[in-house]
Structure formats: structure tokens, C-alpha cells
Ligand binder design. Structure first.
Ligand code: SAM
Length: 314
């Protein structure tokens, strides 16, 4: 049981707090009811407003949002009662999120096992990007001196991208790859030089220290994570291990590419556009480029610019 849980239990045990929570909810509901009533009063009393479509639509939307909020609050009230209403809501939501993430990870492994038997499009996804394009992107951001660069490849498959870095002069001890599927990790180890490190891991829980990598590659991974909480967790974890002036280069299928996929693949993938990436990597600048079938994004922490670190590109 974590620290928050203990604190929250102490809180709900105090009679004073229980009353405060109950009162808070009550007054919230009262306020919302009053606001809805005021809005309706204004609407009914003025003919010109009833004829103003924009006004009516906005009012309807406001009232609908209020009702949603009330229904949502009532759901929580029924589920755990007044007593634990506010304090434990966050905790319960967090537990539910973690449960969903666990299930999503189990689903992903099963899906990959099945997919490996029937589809090689999946494993040739890197072909959609092209080596030349990657080198160009790296040099646009000042990462063309490979011997200085530390690289993490997320969803590294057989490690071929990392071997290309090594061929280009990168030091193997600065290269690491993770994949969540152990036969793939074994294959990557067998095919690569000893110094490169490969781990069987999920990208939302990495064993690396903060800001370890200059470049993080992630090709054809996020697009299969259907659970939004897990995608967000992956985003946060990658930003943690990315150096302040580092870059994440990621490519994923776009929404229009999804319409051309086989159904068994389309139902287990989502198209990712700039909009979704902004959500996953807050406080970052993102350069998004549409390539055939996929979107290539380069993601940087905004901190790199505000601190005046000299990064090229864009
Ligand atoms: C489409 S393949 C691309 C492989 C490689 N990145 C490339 O460009 O050639 C995706 C790889 O990511 C791995 N993968 C997919 N989803 C993952 C996830 N959520 N966590 C870790 N690895 C994942 C798969 O096992 C597979 O090796």
C-alpha cells in the first residue's frame, strides 16, 4: 500500500473531512443546478434568444456537460459512497488504469505471437522509413557524429537499426535496444556485436537512468498500443530517459493508412497523427512529416531551446 493510500485513509477517517467532502459535492451539484436553471430562464424569457441558433446550441451543450458531470459524480457516489468520495476517487481511478495497462500488455504479447505466424509486413515496417531518411533527420538535429551519440531503439526487433549505427562509428556500449517479446530479443543478441545491450522490456518501465539517451528510435510501436493510458505512460517514460537536448524519432501508421490495411491488422492498430503525439508528449516541440503510409515525427523537449542549448534542425 503506498503513501497516498495511508494518507487518504487517515483523511477519510476524520469526521470533519467526511463532512467537508459531502458538502463540497452537494454545493457543486447545487451550483450546477442553479447555473442550468439560470441559463434556461434566460432562454425562455427572451424570444430573440430562442431564435438565435448559436445561443441555443451553446446553452444546450453547457447543460449537457453539466448533466454529464452530475451523472459522473453520482456514479462515483454510488460506487464508493460519500465517505470515501473525493479522496479515494483518484486512487481508484489509478488502480483501474493500472489494471487496464496490465491487460493491454498481455494482449500485445498474445497478438504479436499470432501475428508473427502470418505477417511479414509488420516486421518490415522499418522499410517504410529508409536509412537515408533517418541519416538525414539525425544530421538535421546535429546527431551525425555517431561516435558521440547514445541511442535507444524501442521495439528494436532484430537490432538492425542499432547495428547500422555501429557500422557508422557508434560505440556499442552507447547502444541499447528493448523489445517486449523475448524470442525477438534473443535473436537481436545473437545477430549483434557483444557491446550492444538488448533487454526484454516494455517501454513504460525502463531500467535506464534519467536523461541517458541522445536519440530514441521508436518505429512501428505506439501504433499498436490501443490503451491511451499506456501510450501516455510510454510517452512520459521516454521523456524521462531522453537527454534535455535529445530527440525521439518515431514513425507510425497514419489514419488514412489505416483504411488500406487488412482488417486483422487494422483492428489492432491505431493511426497516429500530430494531434495524438502532442497529447502523448506534452511540453515538447514536434516536427511531423507525412510519408507514404506513415507519419515521421521528431520530438524534442522544449527545455532544450529555452535553456539556449544549441540544437540544429527544423
Ligand atoms: C513493426 S516492428 C518494427 C521493428 C523495428 N522498430 C523496425 O523499425 O524495424 C515493431 C517491434 O516492436 C515490438 N513492439 C511492439 N509493441 C511494443 C511495445 N508496446 N513494447 C515493446 N516492444 C513492442 C515488436 O515486438 C516488434 O519487434
Amino acid at each position: 500500500m503506498n503513501k497516498f493510500m495511508k494518507e487518504s485513509e487517515i483523511l477519510v477517517d476524520s469526521q470533519e473531512n467526511i463532512l467537508t467532502e459531502k458538502d463540497q459535492i452537494k454545493s457543486l451539484l447545487k451550483e450546477m443546478k442553479k447555473e442550468a436553471k439560470d441559463l434556461l430562464d434566460v432562454m425562455w424569457s427572451r424570444e430573440e434568444m430562442m431564435n438565435n441558433k448559436d445561443f441555443v446550441n451553446t446553452t444546450n451543450l453547457k447543460i449537457k456537460n453539466m448533466l454529464d458531470l452530475i451523472i459522473d459524480n453520482l456514479y462515483w457516489y454510488q460506487k464508493i459512497g460519500w465517505k470515501k468520495f473525493l479522496v479515494n476517487r483518484e486512487l481508484i481511478e489509478q488502480n483501474e488504469r493500472e489494471e487496464r495497462i496490465k491487460k493491454e500488455k498481455e494482449r500485445l504479447v498474445k497478438w504479436l505471437e499470432a501475428l508473427m505466424k502470418i505477417d511479414d509486413f509488420y516486421f518490415s515496417f522499418h522499410g517504410k522509413l529508409g536509412e537515408e531518411k533517418l541519416v538525414k533527420t539525425l544530421s538535421a538535429y546535429g546527431y551525425d557524429e555517431f561516435q558521440k551519440v547514445s541511442v535507444l531503439d524501442v521495439g528494436c526487433r532484430d537490432g538492425s537499426w542499432l547495428r547500422k549505427f555501429q557500422d557508422g562509428g557508434a560505440l556499442p556500449e552507447k547502444l541499447a535496444g528493448i523489445d517486449f517479446y523475448h524470442p525477438i530479443v534473443d535473436q537481436a543478441k545473437k545477430m549483434s556485436a557483444p557491446g550492444i545491450q538488448f533487454f526484454e522490456a516494455y517501454p513504460d518501465e525502463l531500467q535506464f537512468e534519467d536523461q541517458k539517451f541522445d536519440v530514441i528510435l521508436m518505429f512501428g510501436v505506439l501504433m499498436h498500443v490501443l490503451d491511451e493510458s499506456l501510450r501516455k505512460k510510454i510517452g512520459r517514460e521516454l521523456l524521462r530517459v531522453l537527454s534535455n537536448d535529445g530527440i525521439i524519432i518515431t514513425s507510425n501508421l497514419t489514419k488514412d493508412a489505416m483504411t488500406k490495411l487488412e482488417p486483422y491488422f487494422a483492428f489492432t492498430s491505431i493511426g497516429l497523427e500530430l494531434e495524438e503525439l502532442i497529447d502523448l508528449f506534452p511540453d515538447c516541440s514536434i516536427h511531423f512529416e507525412r510519408l507514404p503510409q506513415c507519419g515521421l515525427a521528431v520530438i524534442r523537449k522544449k527545455i532544450a531551446r529555452s535553456q539556449g542549448i544549441n540544437v540544429n534542425g527544423e
